[in-house]
Design a binder for this molecule. Structure first.
Ligand SMILES: Cc1cc2nc3c(=O)[nH]c(=O)nc-3n(C[C@H](O)[C@H](O)[C@H](O)COP(=O)(O)OP(=O)(O)OC[C@H]3O[C@@H](n4cnc5c(N)ncnc54)[C@H](O)[C@@H]3O)c2cc1C
Length: 418
């Protein structure tokens, strides 16, 4: 552990999800005095209940040309992957319009390059953190499957698979027999699958974050439980004001509060079109079937991931008012669908969860200093892939704060791009 000089800036990281934990860990490794500020407990947000998939080869933006064609089908299917609650539809409209605009043909390749840069180093970026925190057993490079009921489904998405391959992401197309050999628990309803050997999963996402934070504290970092309310400026001084009246002073503030980051940024002169895409999981403690790797069901767009505590079914997208109660029927529906495709699946004892994905219209996070006040550094908006992009974000933030040439080009994630 390098020792910071007495003039090293004091850093406050707001939010102990996977992104904040990785930022704090990377900064602490460089010897900075770091305070990690968390409203509830480490992994209180999206980073606990997600599907845990590690997808270095994932680089296709969420909005793509032609996606609008599929939206009516998704919205009208009760088992479909997308819901916009009617009471929120009007409010969501401006964001959805930006999202669709970001999916236009002229933008796709550049966004895919930026996603690839962030996702492909996932294992290298996790490695030093896992080694130091003793969490190596939680990250598994098992490969993953995307399964298709009809070959035509795969054929119609071939353009996107080619785009992944063009960026060096290997995959293999499996016929029904080869698929059965890898995942015999799947029903014979699937014509084919795509196997991505470099993919993997986190066997317990919550434990991973907790272990990273535990190690951060053991190495001299400070964890403070308290809800940040605003960033305070007082002449040269900067700090974070908490809801309970406390003030945490720092020289740099890293905002990594996931879907709840936006209210902290008022007064900084930034446009932050951060929207929440809710997702659900159903966690099965005794699934009675074995899956050796994460399986993504292409039609319903959810994952079944083997975890240390059972099998987790996770996915779906829901737009709803922030205060709206969760609709756990969506989580239970994942169980109904999965029971068809994984014969013998035991749903007994299942637990339900809802989490908020922090999403910007162009599928890219905001990573970097705020132009109006470079002491405030942003690290949020990791959407559907934060378990994959979190550690690389931590590395990038450490490069930016350290004033070094960043190991990847940070330009696509500029906070002032909207
Ligand atoms: C159903 C579902 C499935 C997913 N599957 C995958 C997957 O398979 N692979 C993948 O890579 N990603 C997946 N994701 C996405 C991933 O979970 C997120 O991108 C990631 O967790 C975001 O991490 P974060 O640290 O930015 O936010 P969070 O995990 O939400 O952490 C933010 C933290 O900040 C704290 N906080 C908020 N406001 C304040 C405040 N004012 N003061 C102090 N603290 C505050 C919160 O309590 C929380 O602990 C999935 C998400 C969902 C919902």
């Amino acid at each position: 552990m390098p020792t910071a000089s007495s003039s090293a800036p004091r850093i406050v990281v707001v939010g102990a999800g996977i992104v904040g934990a990785c930022c704090a860990a990377y900064l602490r490794r460089e010897g900075y005095p770091v305070t990690l500020l968390e409203a509830e407990r480490p992994a209180a947000g999206a980073s606990s209940g997600n599907a845990g998939a590690l997808s270095p080869g994932s680089c296709i933006p969420l909005a793509t040309p032609g996606m609008l064609r599929d939206v009516p089908k998704w919205l009208t299917d009760p088992d479909g992957p997308l819901v916009v609650r009617p009471s929120y539809a009007l409010q969501a409209l401006p964001w959805l319009a930006r999202f669709v605009a970001a999916g236009r043909e002229s933008r796709i390749a550049a966004i895919a390059d930026a996603l690839h840069a962030l996702h492909s180093p996932v294992y290298d970026s996790y490695q030093p953190l896992l080694q130091a925190s003793g969490a190596g057993n939680l990250v598994r490079q098992s490969g993953s499957l995307v399964v298709y009921r009809r070959r035509s489904g795969l054929d119609s998405s071939m353009r996107w698979w080619q785009m992944r391959r063009d960026r060096g992401n290997a995959f293999e197309i499996l016929d029904q027999k080869a698929l059965h050999d890898i995942a015999p628990a799947l029903a014979p309803d699937f014509d084919c699958a795509v196997y991505q050997p470099q993919h993997g999963y986190v066997a317990d996402p919550r434990s991973l974050v907790v272990k990273l934070v535990d190690h951060f504290q053991a190495s001299g970092g400070t964890l403070v439980i308290g809800r940040a309310q605003r960033i305070e400026h007082d002449g040269e001084a900067i700090g974070v004001g908490l809801a309970d009246g406390r003030m945490i002073e720092g020289d740099r503030i890293v905002v990594a509060a996931g879907a709840l980051s936006k209210p902290l940024l008022s007064g900084l002169g930034l446009t932050v079109p951060l929207e929440t895409q809710r997702g659900y999981h159903l966690h099965l403690p005794r699934p009675a079937i074995d899956l050796p790797l994460p399986v993504s069901f292409s039609d319903s767009k959810f994952y079944a991931t083997p975890m240390t505590g059972g099998l987790r079914l996770a996915g779906t997208v829901e737009f709803a008012r922030p205060s709206a109660p969760p609709d756990f029927a969506r989580a239970r529906r994942l169980g109904t669908i999965a029971a068809k495709w994984l014969p013998g699946l035991d749903l007994d004892g299942a637990s339900e969860w809802m989490g908020r994905r922090p999403c910007l219209p162009d599928s890219l996070p905001m990573i970097g200093a705020v132009p109006g006040d470079p002491r405030v550094v942003l690290a949020f908006g990791h959407a559907h892939n934060g378990m994959t992009s979190g550690p690389t974000t931590g590395r990038l933030i450490a490069d930016l704060i350290g004033g070094r040439k960043p190991f990847i080009d940070p330009a696509p994630y500029r906070p002032d791009r909207f």
